[in-house]
Design a protein around this ligand. Sequence first.
Ligand code: S3P
Length: 742
Amino acid sequence: MTAFVPASALDRETVLVIGLGLMGASVAAGLKAVGFGGRVLASDRREADIQTGLSMGIIDGSGPLDELIPQATLVVIAVPVLAIESVLEAMAPLWRDDLVVTDVGSTKQAVRQSVARVFGYIPPNMILGHPIAGSERSGVTAAQAGLFERHKVIVTPEADSCRSALARVHALWQRLGADVLEMGVERHDDVLARTSHLPHLLAFSLVDTLARQDERLDIFRYAAGGFRDFTRIAGSDPVMWRDVFRANKTAVLGALDEFEQGVSRLRQAIEADDDDAMLGAFSRASHARHYFETLLNQASYQSMEQRNITYRASAGGHVQGRIRVPGDKSMSHRSIMLGALADGVTEVDGFLEGEDSLATLQAFREMGVVIEGPHDGRVVIHGVGMHGLQAPAGALYVGNSGTAMRLFAGLLAGQAFDTELTGDASLTRRPMGRVVDPLRLMGAHIEASEGDRPPLRIKGGQVLQRLDYDLPMASAQVKSCILLAGMYAEGETRVREPAPTRDHTERMLNGFGYPVERSGNEARLAGGGRMTGGPIDVPADISSAAFFLVAASITPGADLVLEHVGVNPTRTGVIAILQAMGADLRLENEREVGGEPVADIHVRYAPLKGVDIDPNQVPLAIDEFPVLFIAAANAEGKTRLRGAEELRVKESDRIQAMADGMAVLGIEHTVLEDGIDIVGGQYGGGTVDSLGDHRIAMAFSVAALCASEAITIQDCANVATSFPDFLSLSASIGMRVQAEEA
Ligand code: S3P
């Protein structure tokens, strides 16, 4: 752990900046701009730059190093990388143990070697660093006080670095608004070779190549958009960059080799008119670029996973209007999976752009499938056929999604190549034995972690055999997993379920021309078939609509229409249960779209009463129980749920997570192993923990409509997995939930 230094302690430092170029001057200017209380001194070979710094008011004094160093407590060396050694030689006779010294060099191994040459070791008070910020402009006059704000600064401490020196360097950069992270020098140089040094090299090279051509004036006259965007950094300081490439030679050459291979692949694709190869590379790159943008804006799931988002739901609010919630999650996953394995093109509309289904989409891109989009819910998949997937370069990360991991396990078990499936912390706790066991019976070779948990390592090239299987639990994920593996198995695979579960896999397979027969509780398919891609219209997700069905049912005066909701009979348990409780729900405009029933659901407030939930409805409402518990808390009398032990192995143990939250709010309940009893009545507010489970977070947001006090809900970032615009849609109908980031 880095020692903690209070922000005010920085004001006791005297900061000496050696080298008043863009970086050094921006440190000085930034300190002045944030009201730093200590002194800022500077030294530079060029007296004129010092005079400019003084007249700009960004430094308080200067002089020869042997006068400045005794006054300084924190030194920032901001000279080009290859000049650092001579600065250190000049500093060595004046070195003190209580001095903290850092640098801003763009390569770190070379700087560490310079330090070791001068001192014979790395002094514990020398903390190497590198702010990932800059500009193509150079010199003191280019100084920007806000240059480091919201930028990353990488520090590369040694095992024996002084903890308090490290903390003081952290404090300096944090005061300038930067986000400080630590890594080893080797990793730093490797990462930077790819993300900074290589792009600079390419920009320098492109501009130089064009500038040498005779007609250059003419070329540059027409070179606006692309050229300008690509080459902005070619205006950077030549000496600094010469030093960077000298200092980081090996890593840069490695990155350049990879780049040359990529360019030559594209060259071949252009020569051979290979549209798929071009589209593949461009769509992967375009997607990666957008993803990078969301990372930078801190809007991506992977950055959110580490973010601490709290919802504050004020008590009360309205539920009024007409809305369409995002696309069905189950169908979105399956549309990508089946579209990728089909022959021809599959065009999907209404695709859920939530983190779970986006992870599935990304996994197929990594297996060589060209996928355009998503743009406003539209995705175009260029299917590769049943045997056209390619081995991914690394593990496939499916985020928070149990559906993705279990369905993938089935279809990857039949591939010719090895794969590894990984997920986030919540998914890594979830049971995978339920899919691994039947797949092993089919001849699949799968290794899981202890207790049959993820990651799953699936060996390719296995011959799968047909399976005749009675599911031990009602699970559409397990059923779908076996059917997907069955497509790659010899003979007819049969799965029987103890109770009906969602049948989107069976419907979509049939829609793609892969026959799945159903009779009673059994689904059957023969291996070795093919699919043909086609259009898919994904309706709004009834599981997301459920939050608003309950919101309207419990809020006096509510009147809401939810448009274009999927009402497949294997998903409508929530409607049946709410209607049994007395809710005023009506299906309007019922129709069938692409083999799935769809309707607008009109819901108005009506007083609810407690019921004994029909156990047959449990699998048909499996994801809706968190919010149904809130309906029960607002109903008159007791609601009893039994036969719902599956709730304990969802994204959280949903029985316990809801019970803990309801206890905070004062909702009377009794927890059972396979269910819960809830007594409706008045309840208050307080702070509840969603345990990172999207549906728990949204259920308590709905609860606030009828609470007497506000409800604070912790750990809500995962709402983005299934319902990215939950807060804006809720606000649009009159709910009062706001997100705050800790
Ligand atoms: C799903 C099936 C259900 C459900 C999940 C999605 C699917 O899980 O909870 O959100 O798309 O097949 P189980 O099959 O584990 O019940």
